[in-house]
Write a protein that binds this ligand. Structure first.
Ligand code: HEC
Ligand code: HEC
Length: 365
Protein backbone atom coordinates (compact mmCIF):
# COMPACT_ATOMS: atom_id res chain seq x y z
CA UNK A 1 0.00 0.00 0.00
CA UNK A 2 1.27 3.45 -0.88
CA UNK A 3 1.76 5.62 2.16
CA UNK A 4 1.94 9.38 2.30
CA UNK A 5 4.09 10.84 5.03
CA UNK A 6 3.18 14.37 6.03
CA UNK A 7 5.11 16.51 8.44
CA UNK A 8 3.18 19.01 10.47
CA UNK A 9 4.06 21.20 13.38
CA UNK A 10 1.83 21.34 16.43
CA UNK A 11 3.13 24.19 18.54
CA UNK A 12 6.80 23.45 18.92
CA UNK A 13 6.23 19.71 18.69
CA UNK A 14 6.95 18.05 15.42
CA UNK A 15 4.69 15.11 14.95
CA UNK A 16 4.51 12.70 12.12
CA UNK A 17 1.16 11.87 10.73
CA UNK A 18 1.07 8.77 8.68
CA UNK A 19 -1.85 8.65 6.32
CA UNK A 20 -2.96 6.37 3.56
CA UNK A 21 -4.00 6.84 -0.01
CA UNK A 22 -7.77 7.37 0.15
CA UNK A 23 -9.67 8.86 3.02
CA UNK A 24 -10.91 5.76 4.78
CA UNK A 25 -8.88 3.65 7.17
CA UNK A 26 -6.82 5.57 9.65
CA UNK A 27 -8.85 6.72 12.61
CA UNK A 28 -8.32 10.48 12.71
CA UNK A 29 -10.09 11.25 15.96
CA UNK A 30 -7.84 13.73 17.74
CA UNK A 31 -10.34 14.59 20.47
CA UNK A 32 -9.35 13.95 24.05
CA UNK A 33 -11.96 11.80 25.77
CA UNK A 34 -12.60 10.69 29.32
CA UNK A 35 -10.34 7.62 29.54
CA UNK A 36 -10.88 6.87 33.22
CA UNK A 37 -13.13 3.87 32.58
CA UNK A 38 -10.36 2.20 30.55
CA UNK A 39 -7.05 3.29 32.05
CA UNK A 40 -5.58 4.94 35.10
CA UNK A 41 -1.97 5.92 35.71
CA UNK A 42 0.34 3.30 37.18
CA UNK A 43 0.88 3.96 40.91
CA UNK A 44 4.17 5.77 41.51
CA UNK A 45 5.15 3.45 44.34
CA UNK A 46 5.22 -0.32 44.30
CA UNK A 47 2.56 -2.03 46.40
CA UNK A 48 3.87 -4.48 49.01
CA UNK A 49 1.57 -7.09 50.59
CA UNK A 50 0.86 -7.13 54.30
CA UNK A 51 2.48 -10.54 54.76
CA UNK A 52 5.73 -9.40 53.13
CA UNK A 53 6.20 -5.70 53.88
CA UNK A 54 8.99 -3.65 52.31
CA UNK A 55 12.30 -3.11 54.02
CA UNK A 56 15.43 -1.85 52.34
CA UNK A 57 17.46 -4.69 53.85
CA UNK A 58 15.10 -7.30 52.43
CA UNK A 59 14.96 -5.68 49.02
CA UNK A 60 18.76 -5.37 48.83
CA UNK A 61 19.17 -8.99 49.88
CA UNK A 62 16.65 -10.01 47.22
CA UNK A 63 18.64 -8.13 44.62
CA UNK A 64 21.83 -10.03 45.50
CA UNK A 65 19.96 -13.36 45.41
CA UNK A 66 18.45 -12.42 42.04
CA UNK A 67 21.94 -11.98 40.58
CA UNK A 68 23.72 -14.76 42.45
CA UNK A 69 24.11 -18.11 40.62
CA UNK A 70 24.45 -19.73 44.06
CA UNK A 71 20.71 -20.49 43.78
CA UNK A 72 21.21 -22.77 40.78
CA UNK A 73 22.17 -26.46 40.87
CA UNK A 74 25.44 -25.96 39.03
CA UNK A 75 26.02 -22.41 40.37
CA UNK A 76 26.05 -21.04 36.82
CA UNK A 77 22.56 -19.56 36.26
CA UNK A 78 20.81 -16.72 38.10
CA UNK A 79 17.39 -15.16 37.76
CA UNK A 80 19.13 -12.37 35.85
CA UNK A 81 20.34 -14.85 33.20
CA UNK A 82 16.78 -14.67 31.82
CA UNK A 83 15.51 -11.44 33.40
CA UNK A 84 18.22 -8.90 32.62
CA UNK A 85 17.87 -5.09 32.58
CA UNK A 86 19.70 -4.94 29.25
CA UNK A 87 16.68 -6.71 27.73
CA UNK A 88 13.93 -4.96 29.68
CA UNK A 89 14.24 -7.53 32.50
CA UNK A 90 13.46 -10.33 30.03
CA UNK A 91 16.13 -11.97 27.86
CA UNK A 92 15.63 -10.79 24.30
CA UNK A 93 15.14 -14.36 23.10
CA UNK A 94 12.12 -16.27 21.79
CA UNK A 95 12.82 -19.09 24.26
CA UNK A 96 15.23 -18.97 27.20
CA UNK A 97 18.35 -21.02 27.67
CA UNK A 98 18.76 -22.14 31.24
CA UNK A 99 20.81 -24.60 33.24
CA UNK A 100 23.58 -25.29 30.72
CA UNK A 101 23.59 -21.87 29.06
CA UNK A 102 26.51 -19.55 28.41
CA UNK A 103 26.17 -15.93 27.31
CA UNK A 104 23.39 -13.36 27.46
CA UNK A 105 20.39 -12.46 25.32
CA UNK A 106 20.38 -13.50 21.66
CA UNK A 107 24.01 -14.65 22.03
CA UNK A 108 23.28 -17.13 24.80
CA UNK A 109 23.73 -20.75 23.77
CA UNK A 110 23.08 -24.15 25.31
CA UNK A 111 20.73 -27.12 25.03
CA UNK A 112 18.28 -26.55 27.89
CA UNK A 113 15.54 -24.42 26.32
CA UNK A 114 12.32 -23.32 28.03
CA UNK A 115 9.04 -24.23 26.27
CA UNK A 116 7.72 -20.67 26.56
CA UNK A 117 8.99 -17.11 26.16
CA UNK A 118 10.38 -15.34 29.23
CA UNK A 119 8.17 -12.44 30.27
CA UNK A 120 9.67 -9.35 31.86
CA UNK A 121 9.67 -8.92 35.63
CA UNK A 122 9.10 -5.17 35.25
CA UNK A 123 5.96 -4.04 37.11
CA UNK A 124 5.20 -7.45 38.59
CA UNK A 125 4.16 -5.54 41.72
CA UNK A 126 1.12 -4.44 39.73
CA UNK A 127 0.13 -7.63 37.90
CA UNK A 128 -3.66 -7.90 37.97
CA UNK A 129 -4.34 -4.26 38.86
CA UNK A 130 -7.44 -2.70 37.29
CA UNK A 131 -8.99 0.77 37.14
CA UNK A 132 -11.17 -0.20 40.12
CA UNK A 133 -8.36 -1.52 42.33
CA UNK A 134 -8.15 -0.15 45.84
CA UNK A 135 -4.39 -0.05 46.31
CA UNK A 136 -4.73 -0.26 50.11
CA UNK A 137 -5.60 -3.93 50.00
CA UNK A 138 -4.31 -5.05 46.61
CA UNK A 139 -2.54 -8.37 46.18
CA UNK A 140 -0.79 -8.70 42.84
CA UNK A 141 -0.98 -11.77 40.61
CA UNK A 142 -1.56 -14.43 39.50
CA UNK A 143 1.64 -15.07 37.52
CA UNK A 144 2.99 -17.03 34.54
CA UNK A 145 1.44 -17.24 31.08
CA UNK A 146 -1.02 -19.83 32.43
CA UNK A 147 -1.52 -18.02 35.78
CA UNK A 148 -0.44 -21.04 37.83
CA UNK A 149 1.37 -19.09 40.59
CA UNK A 150 -0.81 -16.94 42.85
CA UNK A 151 1.87 -14.70 44.30
CA UNK A 152 5.43 -13.59 43.57
CA UNK A 153 6.53 -15.40 46.72
CA UNK A 154 5.05 -18.63 45.37
CA UNK A 155 6.60 -18.02 41.94
CA UNK A 156 10.15 -17.39 43.17
CA UNK A 157 11.09 -20.96 44.11
CA UNK A 158 9.74 -22.45 40.84
CA UNK A 159 12.77 -21.65 38.63
CA UNK A 160 15.21 -22.97 41.26
CA UNK A 161 13.46 -26.38 41.18
CA UNK A 162 13.11 -26.45 37.39
CA UNK A 163 15.65 -28.65 35.56
CA UNK A 164 15.67 -26.51 32.43
CA UNK A 165 15.81 -23.15 34.17
CA UNK A 166 18.18 -23.35 37.17
CA UNK A 167 18.28 -26.86 38.64
CA UNK A 168 20.20 -28.79 36.00
CA UNK A 169 20.75 -32.52 36.44
CA UNK A 170 23.03 -32.86 39.46
CA UNK A 171 20.32 -32.40 42.08
CA UNK A 172 16.75 -33.59 42.52
CA UNK A 173 14.05 -30.93 42.81
CA UNK A 174 13.24 -32.19 46.31
CA UNK A 175 16.80 -31.70 47.55
CA UNK A 176 17.87 -28.46 45.89
CA UNK A 177 16.38 -26.11 48.48
CA UNK A 178 18.23 -27.91 51.28
CA UNK A 179 21.40 -27.64 49.22
CA UNK A 180 20.84 -23.92 48.52
CA UNK A 181 20.04 -23.22 52.19
CA UNK A 182 23.24 -25.04 53.23
CA UNK A 183 25.28 -23.00 50.77
CA UNK A 184 23.79 -19.71 51.96
CA UNK A 185 24.15 -20.69 55.63
CA UNK A 186 27.86 -21.42 55.11
CA UNK A 187 28.38 -17.89 53.80
CA UNK A 188 28.88 -15.38 56.66
CA UNK A 189 27.83 -12.44 54.53
CA UNK A 190 24.49 -14.04 53.65
CA UNK A 191 23.92 -15.05 57.28
CA UNK A 192 24.30 -11.37 58.30
CA UNK A 193 22.15 -10.12 55.43
CA UNK A 194 19.30 -12.56 56.19
CA UNK A 195 19.46 -11.68 59.90
CA UNK A 196 19.21 -7.96 59.13
CA UNK A 197 16.43 -8.47 56.59
CA UNK A 198 14.25 -10.68 58.76
CA UNK A 199 15.16 -9.49 62.26
CA UNK A 200 11.64 -8.16 62.82
CA UNK A 201 9.75 -10.99 61.16
CA UNK A 202 11.11 -14.23 62.60
CA UNK A 203 10.75 -15.78 66.03
CA UNK A 204 14.16 -16.17 67.64
CA UNK A 205 14.39 -19.93 67.49
CA UNK A 206 13.84 -20.27 63.76
CA UNK A 207 16.61 -20.53 61.21
CA UNK A 208 16.42 -17.28 59.29
CA UNK A 209 17.77 -18.74 56.05
CA UNK A 210 14.82 -20.79 54.83
CA UNK A 211 12.81 -21.30 51.67
CA UNK A 212 10.10 -18.85 52.68
CA UNK A 213 12.56 -16.02 53.34
CA UNK A 214 14.48 -16.62 50.11
CA UNK A 215 11.15 -16.26 48.28
CA UNK A 216 10.16 -13.17 50.29
CA UNK A 217 13.45 -11.41 49.55
CA UNK A 218 13.30 -12.20 45.82
CA UNK A 219 9.69 -10.99 45.64
CA UNK A 220 10.47 -7.78 47.54
CA UNK A 221 13.31 -6.91 45.18
CA UNK A 222 11.26 -7.59 42.07
CA UNK A 223 8.46 -5.31 43.32
CA UNK A 224 10.94 -2.46 43.14
CA UNK A 225 11.26 -2.73 39.34
CA UNK A 226 8.44 -0.40 38.27
CA UNK A 227 7.96 1.95 35.34
CA UNK A 228 5.57 4.73 36.39
CA UNK A 229 5.66 8.21 34.92
CA UNK A 230 5.58 7.36 31.25
CA UNK A 231 4.14 10.02 28.97
CA UNK A 232 0.89 8.06 29.00
CA UNK A 233 0.73 8.36 32.81
CA UNK A 234 1.34 12.10 32.56
CA UNK A 235 -1.37 12.38 29.94
CA UNK A 236 -3.83 10.40 32.09
CA UNK A 237 -2.93 12.58 35.07
CA UNK A 238 -4.17 15.61 33.16
CA UNK A 239 -1.06 16.81 31.35
CA UNK A 240 -2.74 16.66 27.96
CA UNK A 241 0.14 18.34 26.13
CA UNK A 242 2.23 15.24 26.92
CA UNK A 243 0.61 13.68 23.83
CA UNK A 244 0.91 14.72 20.19
CA UNK A 245 -2.16 14.54 17.97
CA UNK A 246 -0.85 11.35 16.39
CA UNK A 247 -0.52 9.74 19.80
CA UNK A 248 -4.09 10.71 20.67
CA UNK A 249 -5.25 9.14 17.39
CA UNK A 250 -3.34 5.97 18.29
CA UNK A 251 -4.93 5.87 21.74
CA UNK A 252 -8.43 6.38 20.33
CA UNK A 253 -7.78 3.63 17.77
CA UNK A 254 -6.62 1.33 20.57
CA UNK A 255 -10.01 1.84 22.21
CA UNK A 256 -12.26 1.91 19.13
CA UNK A 257 -10.42 -1.02 17.51
CA UNK A 258 -11.14 -3.26 20.51
CA UNK A 259 -7.64 -3.68 21.96
CA UNK A 260 -8.88 -2.26 25.24
CA UNK A 261 -11.22 -5.20 25.82
CA UNK A 262 -8.20 -7.15 27.09
CA UNK A 263 -5.43 -4.54 27.35
CA UNK A 264 -7.03 -2.26 29.94
CA UNK A 265 -6.21 -0.79 33.33
CA UNK A 266 -2.93 0.70 34.58
CA UNK A 267 -0.93 -2.25 33.13
CA UNK A 268 -2.84 -2.31 29.84
CA UNK A 269 -3.64 -5.91 30.68
CA UNK A 270 -6.53 -7.56 32.45
CA UNK A 271 -4.26 -10.57 33.18
CA UNK A 272 -7.07 -12.95 32.16
CA UNK A 273 -7.01 -16.04 29.96
CA UNK A 274 -9.78 -16.27 27.37
CA UNK A 275 -9.82 -19.90 26.24
CA UNK A 276 -12.05 -19.16 23.26
CA UNK A 277 -10.16 -16.08 22.03
CA UNK A 278 -6.69 -17.21 21.13
CA UNK A 279 -4.39 -14.58 19.66
CA UNK A 280 -2.23 -17.14 17.89
CA UNK A 281 -4.54 -19.92 16.58
CA UNK A 282 -2.14 -22.77 16.84
CA UNK A 283 -1.12 -22.15 20.45
CA UNK A 284 -2.93 -22.40 23.77
CA UNK A 285 -4.69 -19.33 25.07
CA UNK A 286 -2.57 -17.42 27.59
CA UNK A 287 -3.14 -14.45 29.90
CA UNK A 288 -3.11 -10.94 28.47
CA UNK A 289 0.41 -9.58 28.99
CA UNK A 290 1.14 -6.00 30.07
CA UNK A 291 2.11 -3.52 27.35
CA UNK A 292 4.14 -1.27 29.69
CA UNK A 293 7.67 -0.53 28.39
CA UNK A 294 6.81 -2.80 25.50
CA UNK A 295 9.56 -1.38 23.25
CA UNK A 296 12.13 -2.85 25.65
CA UNK A 297 10.98 -6.48 25.62
CA UNK A 298 11.11 -7.83 22.06
CA UNK A 299 10.54 -10.46 20.84
CA UNK A 300 6.82 -10.73 21.55
CA UNK A 301 4.08 -13.28 22.29
CA UNK A 302 4.29 -16.50 24.30
CA UNK A 303 6.52 -18.06 21.63
CA UNK A 304 8.58 -14.95 20.90
CA UNK A 305 7.55 -15.33 17.27
CA UNK A 306 7.08 -11.60 16.58
CA UNK A 307 10.47 -9.93 16.57
CA UNK A 308 9.31 -6.32 16.33
CA UNK A 309 6.46 -4.37 17.84
CA UNK A 310 5.08 -3.68 14.36
CA UNK A 311 4.95 -7.43 13.66
CA UNK A 312 3.25 -8.05 17.01
CA UNK A 313 0.57 -5.48 16.17
CA UNK A 314 0.02 -6.80 12.67
CA UNK A 315 -1.25 -10.08 14.12
CA UNK A 316 -4.48 -8.15 14.84
CA UNK A 317 -5.44 -7.39 11.25
CA UNK A 318 -9.09 -8.32 10.56
CA UNK A 319 -9.64 -10.26 13.77
CA UNK A 320 -13.42 -10.36 14.13
CA UNK A 321 -12.93 -13.63 16.01
CA UNK A 322 -11.54 -11.71 19.00
CA UNK A 323 -13.58 -8.55 18.54
CA UNK A 324 -10.75 -6.51 17.03
CA UNK A 325 -11.36 -4.31 14.02
CA UNK A 326 -8.17 -2.62 12.97
CA UNK A 327 -6.52 -2.63 9.57
CA UNK A 328 -3.10 -1.99 8.15
CA UNK A 329 -3.79 1.74 8.15
CA UNK A 330 -4.11 1.73 11.92
CA UNK A 331 -0.90 -0.07 12.80
CA UNK A 332 1.41 2.93 12.79
CA UNK A 333 -0.91 4.92 15.06
CA UNK A 334 -1.19 1.98 17.45
CA UNK A 335 2.56 1.60 17.58
CA UNK A 336 3.08 5.33 18.13
CA UNK A 337 0.65 5.16 21.04
CA UNK A 338 2.30 2.06 22.54
CA UNK A 339 5.65 3.85 22.46
CA UNK A 340 4.27 6.45 24.91
CA UNK A 341 4.26 3.68 27.53
CA UNK A 342 8.05 3.84 27.73
CA UNK A 343 9.40 4.99 31.08
CA UNK A 344 12.78 4.75 32.71
CA UNK A 345 13.31 1.67 34.79
CA UNK A 346 15.65 0.60 37.57
CA UNK A 347 18.58 -1.11 35.88
CA UNK A 348 21.34 -1.37 38.43
CA UNK A 349 23.69 -4.37 38.19
CA UNK A 350 25.49 -5.27 41.45
CA UNK A 351 29.29 -5.10 41.23
CA UNK A 352 29.63 -8.38 43.13
CA UNK A 353 27.50 -11.06 44.79
CA UNK A 354 28.29 -12.60 48.21
CA UNK A 355 29.15 -16.06 46.80
CA UNK A 356 32.01 -14.53 44.81
CA UNK A 357 30.64 -16.31 41.72
CA UNK A 358 30.29 -14.33 38.44
CA UNK A 359 27.49 -11.75 38.83
CA UNK A 360 24.42 -13.08 36.99
CA UNK A 361 26.00 -16.48 36.27
CA UNK A 362 27.74 -17.54 33.06
CA UNK A 363 26.38 -14.61 31.11
CA UNK A 364 29.49 -12.72 30.12
CA UNK A 365 31.50 -15.27 28.18
C1 HEC B 1 16.17 -20.06 32.08
C2 HEC B 1 15.51 -18.79 32.14
C3 HEC B 1 14.88 -18.32 33.43
C4 HEC B 1 15.46 -18.22 34.67
C5 HEC B 1 16.85 -18.61 35.08
C6 HEC B 1 14.45 -17.63 35.51
N1 HEC B 1 13.32 -17.36 34.80
FE1 HEC B 1 11.69 -16.37 35.45
N2 HEC B 1 10.71 -16.93 33.78
C7 HEC B 1 11.24 -17.59 32.71
C8 HEC B 1 10.19 -18.05 31.84
C9 HEC B 1 10.38 -18.82 30.55
C10 HEC B 1 8.98 -17.64 32.43
C11 HEC B 1 7.58 -17.94 31.94
C12 HEC B 1 7.17 -19.31 32.44
C13 HEC B 1 5.72 -19.62 32.29
O1 HEC B 1 4.90 -18.68 32.19
O2 HEC B 1 5.36 -20.80 32.28
C14 HEC B 1 9.35 -16.91 33.64
C15 HEC B 1 8.44 -16.28 34.47
C16 HEC B 1 8.80 -15.53 35.58
C17 HEC B 1 7.90 -14.69 36.35
C18 HEC B 1 6.44 -14.45 36.07
C19 HEC B 1 6.22 -13.11 35.42
C20 HEC B 1 4.80 -12.88 35.05
O3 HEC B 1 4.52 -11.78 34.58
O4 HEC B 1 3.94 -13.78 35.18
C21 HEC B 1 8.63 -14.15 37.37
C22 HEC B 1 8.14 -13.18 38.43
C23 HEC B 1 9.97 -14.68 37.26
N3 HEC B 1 10.04 -15.50 36.16
C24 HEC B 1 10.98 -14.45 38.18
C25 HEC B 1 12.13 -15.24 38.22
C26 HEC B 1 13.01 -15.35 39.37
C27 HEC B 1 12.80 -14.65 40.70
C28 HEC B 1 14.02 -16.19 39.01
C29 HEC B 1 15.17 -16.68 39.86
C30 HEC B 1 14.82 -17.37 41.10
C31 HEC B 1 13.78 -16.58 37.62
N4 HEC B 1 12.61 -16.01 37.20
C32 HEC B 1 14.63 -17.37 36.87
C33 HEC B 1 12.60 -17.78 32.50
C34 HEC B 1 13.53 -17.81 33.53
C1 HEC C 1 -9.04 -10.94 23.30
C2 HEC C 1 -8.02 -10.26 24.11
C3 HEC C 1 -7.04 -9.36 23.36
C4 HEC C 1 -7.31 -8.34 22.49
C5 HEC C 1 -8.66 -7.85 22.03
C6 HEC C 1 -6.02 -7.80 22.11
N1 HEC C 1 -5.02 -8.48 22.73
FE1 HEC C 1 -3.04 -8.11 22.55
N2 HEC C 1 -2.63 -9.80 23.61
C7 HEC C 1 -3.58 -10.61 24.18
C8 HEC C 1 -2.96 -11.86 24.59
C9 HEC C 1 -3.64 -13.03 25.27
C10 HEC C 1 -1.59 -11.76 24.21
C11 HEC C 1 -0.54 -12.87 24.32
C12 HEC C 1 -0.84 -13.82 23.16
C13 HEC C 1 0.14 -14.99 22.98
O1 HEC C 1 1.33 -14.80 23.26
O2 HEC C 1 -0.31 -16.06 22.55
C14 HEC C 1 -1.43 -10.44 23.63
C15 HEC C 1 -0.22 -9.93 23.19
C16 HEC C 1 -0.05 -8.65 22.68
C17 HEC C 1 1.23 -8.03 22.41
C18 HEC C 1 2.59 -8.65 22.69
C19 HEC C 1 2.92 -8.48 24.15
C20 HEC C 1 4.15 -9.24 24.59
O3 HEC C 1 4.75 -8.81 25.61
O4 HEC C 1 4.52 -10.24 23.99
C21 HEC C 1 0.97 -6.78 21.88
C22 HEC C 1 1.99 -5.75 21.45
C23 HEC C 1 -0.47 -6.63 21.84
N3 HEC C 1 -1.04 -7.78 22.34
C24 HEC C 1 -1.14 -5.53 21.35
C25 HEC C 1 -2.51 -5.51 21.09
C26 HEC C 1 -3.18 -4.51 20.26
C27 HEC C 1 -2.49 -3.32 19.61
C28 HEC C 1 -4.49 -4.88 20.19
C29 HEC C 1 -5.59 -4.26 19.36
C30 HEC C 1 -5.32 -4.13 17.94
C31 HEC C 1 -4.64 -6.08 21.01
N4 HEC C 1 -3.43 -6.44 21.51
C32 HEC C 1 -5.86 -6.75 21.22
C33 HEC C 1 -4.92 -10.34 24.32
C34 HEC C 1 -5.60 -9.43 23.51
Amino acid sequence: MKKIYKLLTVGSVLSILVGCGGDEGLNDDTSIRDYSGFFTALPEQAIYPENNPYSKEKSDLGELLFWDPILSGNQNVSCASCHHPKFGWADGRAFSIGSDGIGLGPDRHGDEVTPIHSPTVMNVAFTGISVDTNTDNFTSGPYFWDLRADTLEEQAIGPIKNKIEMLGYNFHEDEIMTEVINRLSANDEYVDLFEQAFANEESINKEVINEKNIAKALATFQRKITTSNSRFDKFLNGQTDAFSETEIIGLNTFIDGGCVTCHSGPMLADNLIREDEKIIDSLDAVRTPSLRNITKTAPYMQDGSRDTLARAISIYEDRDDIGVSVGEDDFTGLEIFLRTLDASVYSHIPARVPSGLPVGGDINQ
